[in-house]
Write a protein that binds this ligand. Structure first.
Ligand code: BES
Ligand code: ZN
Length: 611
């Protein structure tokens, strides 16, 4: 039975009045935004834009409806690399002030207003280097945005803080051969004149503003679900994501009605720097999860889960990022368990446990306080918070809560949490108060969990739940046998293994495995030709570490075509670690023009490229 919130009374209530939004603003200080929503807050955006592929620029007018405090004197918007042509306040052109530029934070745009001001418009043009955009040239031109964490300000002047929510509508003009899509109600066919209108009438934070422009087609895969992709990928995408509606049904059964009416997925060019991005109504996804066998769809479960954790109940600041991602990984695992069974979800948690332990070790060497769930990112790029801590330490904390209070109790708690805080912001302290009041109601429970050790303590607390997967244990035993020679390459049960097992095997090969032994694996199992990008990635990383040069053409073509940072960072790092920096620099020179700013930012640091 479908519980969908489409016109259904069980969908979470939207905020009843705008002043409730203003009140919400007062809680947390966001170090990554110049905005002062307690003085004047944007409540609706009307965006009128023209996309120019030749100039790689967007020229637009952003008109905001605002709410003001009784003594309001100015509206502050975040901007980065924008050229502001003019500003109007209630229709009258007005002087404005652009403050000094700070690295990655950008500039404050200060607009004089009175408490009676209702509308403010900014006419502006984006920079060809706008951090959110990636422009893809060639036969199939494509533009996509990535706003999270603080890149929305590079394409729309806005109160770029996750604690400020606004509704929006947009009129966008693009080349007539292309379709425009946003995190809003979307077209399913191209318009004849390249003009598109969008409405998003549920309030969202700026980091969920999204747009894509490309020659894409739509296919429905369920009553409320569908995929968009370019013609070369649309058949594969339709097959790969055919189970999205099942995931939606499973998710609703767990934590309540889906609030966003439709859940569609857009397959982006391979340069997309992430696996997925939970843009409301339209998840953006990397094509590297199209494996031909639906084996990598946990990413869809993850982005879908954000429709509750993140998009409905939103982290107040980037210090509270674990409230978005930790809850989402937990929910993702529950969806995977419901749709595919506990064997599969436990294999996935076992892999994340290993990733977490490795990353905790690595972070402890550099900045131990970054292993706290609650982060302190003041004066730092919020991107620094995107580690396994928010995701997997967050997940294991919630799993500990579940195992301690029992699943039924925990599910009821989470469902109420999402429903009562829908369309609101949440900071760590407010969540911990809520947790104490509604779940950890006895001293015994509080002692068993030890919240401070998880939230403000280093490393992984002793009470971290144990995961066990019989299939993964068998892989580990087989790997031992292969390493010490009791199991031959031909005896490996490679063809019986699912991708998680293959990944475990390859990613746990000892660093000093010889190139000859990798050649044996490749000859027997055709690893260079695998169609599963997670397996390919694990294989290429080991090939670099073992200097198995026959895999280097594949390595180069992978790095030139794929811009997903999760793959790039370990591969370039493996080259640097093993004295192959020349190779790394040579590949990077070729690949860099294809990457998004989020990826070049990280790789420039890693390889010592300063522009
Ligand atoms: N919201 C994140 C992506 C993100 C986080 C972008 C912070 C910018 C700043 C998205 O939901 C995500 O977590 N994506 C993961 C996939 C997931 C299966 C762990 C990714 O892209 O790797
Ligand atoms: Zn996420």
């Amino acid at each position: 039975m479908l519980l969908l919130g489409v016109g259904c009374t069980t969908a979470p209530d939207r905020p009843s009045s705008k002043s409730q939004l203003v009140a919400d603003m007062k809680r947390a200080t966001d170090h990554h935004s110049y905005s002062k929503p307690e003085e004047a807050v944007t409540t609706h955006l009307d965006w009128d834009a023209k996309v120019d592929f030749d100039a790689r620029q967007v020229t637009a007018t952003a008109t905001y409806a605002i709410e003001t405090a009784d003594d309001a004197k100015r509206l502050l918007l975040d901007c980065r690399d924008l050229t502001i042509h003019s500003v109007a306040v209630d229709g009258v052109d007005t002087e404005f002030e652009l403050g000094p530029e700070r690295p990655f934070i950008g500039q404050p745009l200060s607009i004089p207003i009175t408490p009676r001001t209702q509308k403010v418009s900014v006419h502006y043009t984006t920079s060809p280097d706008a951090g959110a955009f990636l422009w893809v040239e060639g036969d199939s031109p494509f533009l996509f945005t990535q706003s999270q964490a603080i890149l929305a300000r590079t394409w729309v002047p806005c109160q770029d803080s996750p604690g400020v929510r606004f509704t929006y509508s947009a009129d966008v003009e693009v080349p007539s051969s292309l379709m425009a899509l946003m995190s809003a109600v979307n077209p399913t066919e191209k318009s004849s004149d390249g003009r598109y209108h969008f409405d998003m009438d549920q309030p969202i934070p700026s980091y969920l503003l999204a747009m894509a422009v490309g020659d894409v087609e739509f296919r429905s895969v369920g009553a409320h679900t569908g995929v968009y992709a370019t013609s070369d990928l649309i058949d594969a995408a339709e097959y790969e994501f055919a189970e999205m509606e099942d995931m939606l049904v499973a998710a609703e059964a767990l934590y309540g009605a889906y609030a966003w009416e439709r859940y569609d997925l857009l397959v982006l060019p391979a340069a997309f720097p992430f696996g997925g991005m939970e843009n409301p109504r339209l998840t953006f996804a990397t094509p590297t999860i199209i494996a031909g066998d639906r084996s990598l769809v946990s990413l869809v479960a993850h982005e879908l889960a954000h429709s509750w954790s993140g998009n409905l109940v939103t982290n107040a600041t980037w210090d509270d990022f674990w409230l978005n991602e930790g809850f989402t990984v937990y929910f993702e695992q529950r969806i995977m368990e419901a749709v595919y069974g506990r064997d599969i979800s436990e294999m996935l948690s076992t892999l994340s446990y290993q990733g977490l332990v490795d990353e905790v070790d690595a972070i402890m060497d550099v900045n131990p306080n970054d292993t706290h769930l609650r982060l302190h990112l003041k004066d730092r790029d919020p991107d620094d918070g995107m580690t396994a801590i928010a995701y997997d330490k967050g997940y294991f904390f919630l799993r500990l809560l579940e195992e301690t209070v029992g699943r039924d109790t925990f599910d009821a708690f989470l469902k109420t949490y999402f429903t009562t805080h829908a369309f609101q912001v949440m900071d760590t302290d407010t969540f911990l108060d809520y947790l104490d009041a509604n779940l950890l109601t006895t001293e015994a429970l509080r002692t068993a969990i030890n919240v401070p050790a998880w939230v403000d303590g280093q490393g992984l607390p002793d009470n971290c739940p144990q995961v066990a997967s019989a299939r993964i244990e068998r892989v580990d035993a087989t790997l031992n046998g292969w390493v010490n020679g009791t199991t031959s390459t031909a005896e490996l049960p490679w063809n019986d293994w699912m991708y998680q097992e293959r990944y475990r095997f390859l990613s746990n090969l000892p660093d000093n495995t010889s190139a000859e032994r990798l050649a044996e694996l490749d000859a027997q199992w055709g690893l260079n030709a695998t169609g599963n990008n997670e397996v390919l990635f694990a294989w290429l990383e080991q090939a670099v570490r073992s200097q198995h040069t026959p895999a280097y053409d594949r390595l180069r073509s992978f790095l030139v075509n794929v811009g997903r940072r999760k793959f790039l960072t370990p591969l370039y790092k493996a080259m640097v670690d093993t004295d192959q920096s020349d190779l790394a620099n040579d590949i990077y020179r070729e690949a860099r023009p294809n990457y998004h700013s989020v990826a070049t930012g990280t790789m420039d640091d890693l390889l010592g490229w300063t522009e």
